[in-house]
Design a protein around this ligand. Structure first.
Ligand code: CUA
Length: 328
């Protein structure tokens, strides 16, 4: 490569470095970042990450330093004893000490990550490809879907299982991930500390729509949370006509509490209009997106179990959308 080509390459390299650094730093914050913790467990995971990173950086610097020293400054071969000493210290003793320190630090965090007397119990079941969320309260169960709301400052026990295949429950801003296994209940205790909206995802390949299996997490002030839970508990208060929804069989798979729709295969839709997203984190919950999701389900979310209702007359689709939009 000529001098000019070399300079152009250097320019490109610099641009790539700047872009890469920007992307990396950008990934440090946001609603789905393990490095921007909003809960105690995630804060411990982030601390573990930074300490491990520092340990790895020390080892890396020592290795590179030794290589540079050997290449640049050590022009004559070392004697056998000096060589052995380097292998012993740099190859065995120092790495053992650093790795043992990191292991001890990591193990020490484990009890912290399992502790906590829960103020709230939520059962979350993985389904292909959405989340069945059931609040277990003294006044009975409250079912919702694809949305988790938690009070800030109160430990919440999340009981995880699966209806079909193995999924993995992960809210990077709140805690590490935990598998959801059919026939087994895994327990996760979350201590959300900062109010805000975060994003949870499925972190285990579970089928074609695995990448479209997300949910929203809202950490709220306790009073606002209690008010929300009371609203969720109430039966549907639809202001639009349910005729088209029921006539087209939607109630065979979906429940709308307080109505003849009592299906349990798909997500409960009692208060669907109050949820931020549709299709498990796939689309913003707007009228246009509701019509699209009902008529092009498989196209938007390949592998989904719900059939597309693309053959419906526009007025039927409008009526279904109006009904869903009134389910607050
Ligand atoms: Cu569920 Cu991946």
């Amino acid at each position: 490569m000529g001098a000019k080509g070399g300079r152009a390459f250097e320019g490109l390299e610099k641009a790539a470095l700047v872009a890469g650094a920007g992307l990396l730093l950008g990934a440090c914050s946001g609603p789905q970042s393990a490095l921007d913790p909003a809960g105690r467990e995630a804060a411990e995971v982030a601390r573990l990450f930074w300490v491990m990173l520092a340990g790895a950086a020390i080892i890396w610097l020592a290795v590179i330093g030794t290589a540079v020293f050997a290449g640049r400054f050590q022009k004559t071969p070392l004697g056998e004893r000096a060589g052995l000493r380097i292998v012993l210290w740099a190859g065995a003793i120092i790495p053992t000490l650093i790795l043992a320190a990191l292991l001890t630090f990591g193990l020490r965090l484990m009890p912290v990550l399992r502790a906590g007397e829960p103020a709230l119990t939520v059962h979350v079941s993985g389904e292909q490809y959405w989340w069945r969320v059931t609040y277990r309260t003294a006044q009975g169960e409250v079912e919702t879907a694809n949305e988790l709301r938690l009070p800030a400052g109160r430990p919440a026990e999340i009981l995880l299982d699966s209806a079909d295949v193995i999924h993995s429950f992960w809210i990077p801003a709140l805690a590490g991930k935990l598998d959801m296994i059919p026939g087994r209940t895994n327990r996760l205790v979350l201590n959300p500390e900062r109010t805000g909206t975060y994003r949870g995802v499925c972190a285990e390949f579970c089928g074609r729509a695995h990448a479209f299996m997300a949910f929203s997490v809202e950490v709220m002030e306790p009073a606002a949370f209690e008010a929300w839970l009371a609203r969720e508990r109430a039966p549907a208060a639809a202001t639009a006509d349910s005729g088209a929804f029921l006539a087209n069989g939607c109630g065979g798979c979906h429940s709308v509490r307080g109505t003849p729709a009592t299906g349990t295969i798909g997500p409960d839709l009692t208060h669907v209009a109050a949820r931020p997203t549709l299709g498990a984190g796939l689309l913003a919950n707007t009228p246009a997106n509701r019509r699209r999701f009902v008529s092009e389900t498989e196209k938007l979310k390949p592998g989904v179990r719900m059939p597309a209702f693309g053959a419906l007359e526009p007025d039927q689709l409008d009526a279904i959308d109006a009904y869903l939009g009134s389910l607050r």
